[in-house]
Design a protein around this ligand. Structure first.
Ligand SMILES: NC(=O)C1=CN([C@@H]2O[C@H](COP(=O)(O)OP(=O)(O)OC[C@H]3O[C@@H](n4cnc5c(N)ncnc54)[C@H](O)[C@@H]3O)[C@@H](O)[C@H]2O)C=CC1
Ligand SMILES: O=C([O-])CC(=O)C(=O)O
Length: 268
């Protein structure tokens, strides 16, 4: 298998390293908006090749993995799906627009391309997937983060909040996933994953909490439905090179790639 990784930052670089050690992965094409970043990652690999555009290698690639940004995912999804190449998406918020999503899935259906969405920084996705076969009454995601994780979020800055000056646990946002994934494009992609699996972007409640003392990126998924009730809480270790991203999200990408490569679908 030959893979293309778009975005060689925190997740992409570690995924590339893991892929380099997988026997079934023969080539790893690397693309980053900042070419030096891709070159640095490639230098540490045996199978890495830096490319300048996805189109360049699309005919040689079996799987394109986006670990860049919602904007990058939005640009890539229709192109890659139209060519019949499988794709894995980390910036899941890119799928928030219903018309865009329908277009992408239709293209993928016609071309027989698969779109993989890893469980990301979250646990409980398995239960949500099963429970959503029947009616769900409520799905809520409560994400609690420290100041480093929420630094530079335009929505917070526009509200005049200085995250470094907050001294006690503070609710920064309450609303629904439709809006949350756009206001926090680098923090709550998990809300998009939950929406896609459960009751959609307009009914999935999202709360973002800033806790000055918290050391983890915590996500709590609460679900109520015919199946009963579920409450799953993860306390994730943030990635040292990007505190917005939880290490579990990186591991979820590596684990998804392993399953794809080995064609093993335990726990589906
Ligand atoms: N689904 C989930 O549970 C999670 C999703 N994410 C999302 O995954 C994405 C990657 O996360 P990280 O690796 O932590 O981010 P990062 O910021 O560490 O790395 C992103 C890399 O992509 C590059 N990049 C940005 N735009 C690009 C473009 N248009 N084309 C090519 N390269 C581009 C950047 O230069 C950077 O090197 C982010 O959008 C993040 O929000 C992160 C954690 C959990
Ligand atoms: O890694 C996390 O904790 C969640 C995250 O960044 C996202 O969902 O975009």
């Amino acid at each position: 298998m030959r893979i293309t990784i778009v975005g060689c930052g925190s997740i992409g670089s570690k995924l590339a390293k893991a892929a380099d050690e997988m026997n079934d992965v023969k080539r790893i094409y690397l693309l980053d908006i900042n070419k030096k970043v891709a070159e640095k990652v490639a230098a540490g690999l045996n199978k890495g090749i830096v490319i300048d555009s996805v189109e360049e290698e699309l005919y040689h690639s079996d799987l394109v993995i986006e670990s860049a940004s919602q904007a990058a995912a939005k640009e890539l999804l229709p192109k890659v799906a139209a060519r019949g190449v499988d794709m894995m998406i980390m910036s899941v918020g890119a799928l928030v627009d219903d018309d865009f999503r329908a277009l992408v899935f239709e293209k993928a259906k016609v071309s027989e391309a698969r779109i993989y969405i890893p469980t990301g920084a979250l646990c409980g996705v398995d239960g949500l997937r099963s429970a959503s076969v029947e009616e769900l009454d409520e799905v809520e995601l409560i994400s609690m983060k420290g100041p480093k994780s929420l630094l530079g979020v335009p929505y917070i800055e526009e509200k005049g909040i200085d995250v470094d000056k907050i001294r006690e646990r503070t609710v920064i946002y309450t609303g629904y996933a439709r809006e949350a994934v756009k206001l926090f494009p680098r923090n709550v992609n998990v809300a998009a994953t939950v929406s896609l699996l459960g009751i959609g972007f307009d009914r999935t409640k999202v709360t973002v909490v800033l806790d000055p003392d918290i050391k983890s990126n915590s996500h709590e998924l609460r679900i109520k439905g015919i199946f009963g009730e579920m409450n799953c809480h993860t306390y994730n270790v943030p990635e040292p090179d990007n505190p917005r991203t939880s290490h579990l999200a990186t591991l979820s990408a590596i684990s998804a790639l392993k399953r794809i490569v080995r064609n093993e679908w335990f726990g589906v």
